[in-house]
Design a protein around this ligand. Structure first.
Ligand code: HEM
Length: 385
């Protein structure tokens, strides 16, 4: 089945793929008024995006999100806003959190969580997928891992939405401040009473043989929540939307669940969600275009994943695509640290849902649009079975 869609409001990936018919690199208007970003360079090819992400000495990730500035401070999201060689010291410490062995140890709990959520709705003939499963499944796993009390889920979700999905500057400011105050409070609590969670891990971590500073702890915790909470939820919505609209794909995966890991890999490629950016550190050239120190470069992982020079028929969703060296988790030193966890959650969700729920489709009379602002995600997904 093709990614191309008839309705313009859902054809986000179709619109992105058409950019490959135009110039390789072009200027875009200021993307984010209020945080000081001017015009930016929009890259379109996987080759250029890979080059930029793999050359941090020329393209820095310092202050790419700018969340600390939204609260009138200056600390880095760690390790994302650190450049090598400094980046490596933090990354080495944080790699331990998400090693394949740690993720395997979490597996039974993750599966139990999926089964409990599915059992709650399977008898109802349908559900609001995002509300019933797509958000609560990954969000509850992450809240527990991080050490955020489950009772705080709604407000953490609200801040996350304000920061990552709302195009409104004021909403971003309110979310950035609310979230900062909340985390500062929790970090202070964990300093007094350490427990087995990621906040305590960040407090106890050592960098170069010295304890982490308050700003470093905030930078690590802030990034973990922003990067970990919402990404799997956004992906689940898009992947299950594809299944609901393509009964033949569902039927194949039900008949042969061993195809699920390869299908998830293809959905990650076809529905890549993250757009990131970098700052040019010295005058340079990319793809024949001269760039000046201080310019901003946008790297949209979905554009790289839909590049016809890299993927045969990129708009065709082929659940057995091989090879499938996609860029949904980025390239280079900042390649996603949570990719093992994300993949396990996405595979387990699909295995258990297809095992327990009869063939499902979009509920009659409903549509499911894709939110093009920030992380790509579904605006709603009503399923019926
Ligand atoms: C499908 C889900 C996910 C996708 C598509 C995704 C994608 C990405 C991408 C594209 C980057 C690189 C950003 C850049 O280079 O500017 C990244 C980095 C990162 N991700 Fe993920 N991510 C996902 C899930 C997660 C989860 C579940 C966690 C944590 C629990 C996580 C934690 C991180 C962290 C900490 C970084 C920064 C790594 C560094 O700077 O070295 N991600 N992710």
């Amino acid at each position: 089945m093709s990614l191309q869609e008839a309705a313009p409001q859902t054809d986000v990936y179709g619109m992105l793929s058409r950019l490959h018919d135009g110039p390789r690199i072009f200027r875009t208007p200021p993307a984010d008024p209020g945080v000081g970003w001017g015009e930016s360079w929009q890259l379109t090819t996987a080759e250029d995006i890979r080059y930029v992400l793999q050359h941090p000495e020329l393209f820095s990730s310092k202050n790419i999100a700018g969340f600390s500035r939204l609260v009138g401070q200056e600390w880095d999201l760690i390790p994302l806003e650190k450049d090598p060689p400094e980046h490596g010291k933090y990354r080495a410490v944080m790699n331990g959190i998400f090693s394949p062995a740690k993720i395997t140890a979490m597996e039974a709990g993750v599966r139990d969580r999926a089964v409990a959520l599915i059992d709650a709705v399977v008898g109802q003939g349908g559900c609001d997928f995002v509300e019933a499963f797509g958000r609560p499944f990954p969000v509850s796993i992450f809240m527990q891992l991080m050490g955020l009390p489950e009772a705080d889920t709604d407000r953490v979700n609200e801040w996350e939405y304000g920061l990552l999905h709302s195009g409104d500057m004021n909403a971003r400011l309110v979310a950035a401040r609310g979230f900062y105050d909340y985390l500062a409070d929790l970090i202070a609590k964990r300093r007094r009473e350490p427990v087995d969670d990621l906040i305590t891990f960040c407090i106890k971590a050592e960098i170069d043989g010295r304890p982490t500073t308050d700003e470093e702890i905030m930078g690590m915790c802030y990034l973990l929540v922003v990067a970990g909470l919402d990404t799997v939820a956004a992906s689940l919505g898009l992947h299950f939307r594809h299944l609901a609209m393509n009964p033949e794909v569902q039927a194949r995966l039900r008949a042969d669940p061993s195809l699920i890991p390869s299908a998830v890999e293809e959905f990650l490629r076809a529905y890549a969600i993250v757009t990131t950016n970098r700052w040019v550190t010295q005058d340079t050239e990319v793809g024949g275009v001269a760039m000046k120190a201080g310019d901003r470069v946008i790297c949209n992982t979905a554009l790289a994943c839909l590049d016809p020079a890299e993927f045969d028929e990129p708009m065709r969703v082929d659940i057995e695509r091989s090879p499938n060296r996609h860029v949904a988790f980025s390239y280079g030193p900042h390649r996603c640290i949570g990719s093992h966890l994300a993949r396990r959650e996405l595979v387990i969700a699909m295995e258990e849902f297809l095992r327990r729920v009869p063939p499902f489709r979009l509920r009659e009379g409903t549509t499911s649009a894709i939110n093009p602002s920030g992380l790509y995600s579904v605006q709603g997904l009503q399923l019926a079975w």
